[in-house]
Design a protein around this ligand. Sequence first.
Ligand SMILES: [Zn+2]
Length: 305
Amino acid sequence: MTYKERMEAYTKEAKRLSHEDNTEKLKEAVRLIMDSERLIIGGAAGLSAAGGMDFMSEKSLKKNFPALSDMGYKTLWQALWDPNRSECQKWGMHAAEIIWARFDYPVIKAYTDLLSIIEGKDYFVLTSNIDDQFYKAGFDPERVFAPQDSMAHFQCSVPCCDDIWYGEDIYRRIYENMDKKTFTCRPEDLPRCPHCGAPAINNVRDFKPFIPKMVMKNKEAFTRYFNEAASHRTVFLELGVGFNSPGLIRHPFQRFTWLYPNAHLIRMNMEYPSVPDKIKDKSIEIGGDLGLALEKMAAVRNDMT
Ligand SMILES: [Zn+2]
């Protein structure tokens, strides 16, 4: 099967699953979670998109960033990756995005529903998200491994040292002083390293060179938890993980569902809910609206206790 055929098969199956009555599947998923000894939760962009934090939506751009829409952009994603911007525009747009997505965005209900579904369970979260929603919703920070770190943090671009600092004031200053029509910030507001004066960059894995100090804090604990899961009744609960970086969550979750004798996979995804054939009998595939599915599961859980 070619890549294109595979993606088409995903779309077809996602469409079918989005129309099915998933009540029994959701109940079964909650039962599996309740019965689990180890619960490994993987969360990616689809989970935050379930709360309207959608970088790919034209509607969302118009609502939240009308000036960017006026500039001709269709989605926030398109604006943020436009190679034709000046450095000052790049930082102006970036600041507007971060203030929205990281600092001012309210707690997304999908996360608080998730927290009530897993209440009292032994869990660990693995997330590629950099919006800190897991922390905002009240997940135990010691139980969240976020290897990409967060948009909130800065580091030196050289780097001259391994210092990492919190950037809210920096972003707010950029935003306050920028031209709100063109998103051009003042050159003097461009973030700089307080130690050597070099440009500062976000402490996010996608930006190089990345200082991993902040994110490695929970890595060892997560690895231990993951390895111990081999001999337990383990549930991999995968939420909104697509094909942006499947090597972090999606592929390991399905591989270890297959390898661990007592593991199950719950895959919840609007676009790509299918699992490989060889783990079908150990998996539950849930398509359709992720936020709605979690809301129903929280209600099921509530009825059970
Ligand atoms: Zn420096």
